[in-house]
Design a protein around this ligand. Structure first.
Ligand SMILES: [Zn+2]
Length: 256
């Protein structure tokens, strides 16, 4: 290879690595950046580089180049290939890993369900079981169905999302989002009031927000924070209910 060809080959390699880095950065970037960055540009860059790379080495108008020896074995090429495979593998592994409630060990899931059952039983005033409906058999399909409970019954179901948020709070002592945690507590409390015998959805919401302060404290929140969460749930109740007016609390509902 002439020094010119060698330089060009090196340039292409650097350009390819740059594109690879951009692709990786794209996958790791926050959603806001990803939605803004044109994905087709990445594919275009990658494709053009591959094409340029092959016909760039030899110009047919030039005399046929003499047969050259096989390019020398270079460790840098091996390292590059291994690094590329490792990066793609890591990305695939990260993408295929279970997340949310499915990533919680079965022991921790059982522990969480026991805690939630204890809270529900205290409100229902009789033994009750809270089950996290992993397969979505009971809840999760119908809009506004984050939970389900039979009026006066002893079994409540919650969606995996609600269970995960409550697990984060009760077991990991984490509040990932103020509103989401408040919502999860309110859903658990709402279903518990159904178990107690309350049929009216608006009243189950109001009593649920009131009981939610106690649940929040039992799960590890300070009283003022738990109260602030339930007051936010009360304040957004009308907009959360939308056209399902039966979920609206009575106008004199208060969270103390
Ligand atoms: Zn309900």
């Amino acid at each position: 290879m002439t020094s010119d060809l060698r330089r060009r080959a090196r340039l292409f390699r650097i350009a390819r690595i740059a594109v690879l880095v951009i692709v990786i950065a794209f996958f790791l970037a926050p959603y806001g950046v990803r939605s803004w960055f044109p994905v087709w540009l990445l594919f275009l860059l990658q494709r053009d580089l591959s094409e340029l790379g092959t016909w760039g080495y030899w110009d047919p108008s030039e005399p046929t180049p003499p047969v050259v020896a096989e390019p020398a074995f270079r460790w840098i090429h091996v390292i590059e290939a291994v690094a590329a495979v490792a990066i793609v593998g890591t990305l695939l592994y990260a993408a295929s890993r279970p997340s949310g409630w499915n990533a919680v060990s079965s022991k921790r899931q059982a522990q969480t369900e026991a805690i939630l059952s204890r809270e529900a039983s205290a409100i229902a005033r009789h033994p009750a079981t809270v089950t996290c409906d992993k397969k979505g058999v009971y809840v999760g399909f119908v809009q506004d169905a984050d939970g389900l409970a039979e009026v006066g019954g002893d079994q409540a179901f919650l969606t995996p999302e609600i269970c995960d948020t409550l697990y984060q709070l009760a077991v990991k002592h984490r509040v990932q989002s103020f509103s989401r945690t408040g919502r999860a507590i309110a859903v658990l409390a709402h279903e518990s009031w159904h178990l107690r015998g309350e049929r009216n959805e608006g009243l189950a919401n109001c009593y649920g927000f009131q009981s939610g302060v106690g649940i929040g404290v039992n799960l590890g929140l300070s009283k003022s924070r738990a109260r602030a969460m339930m007051r936010e749930q009360l304040a957004t109740n009308a907009s959360d209910s939308g056209t399902n007016v039966q979920y609206r609390v009575p106008s004199d509902c208060r969270v103390r």
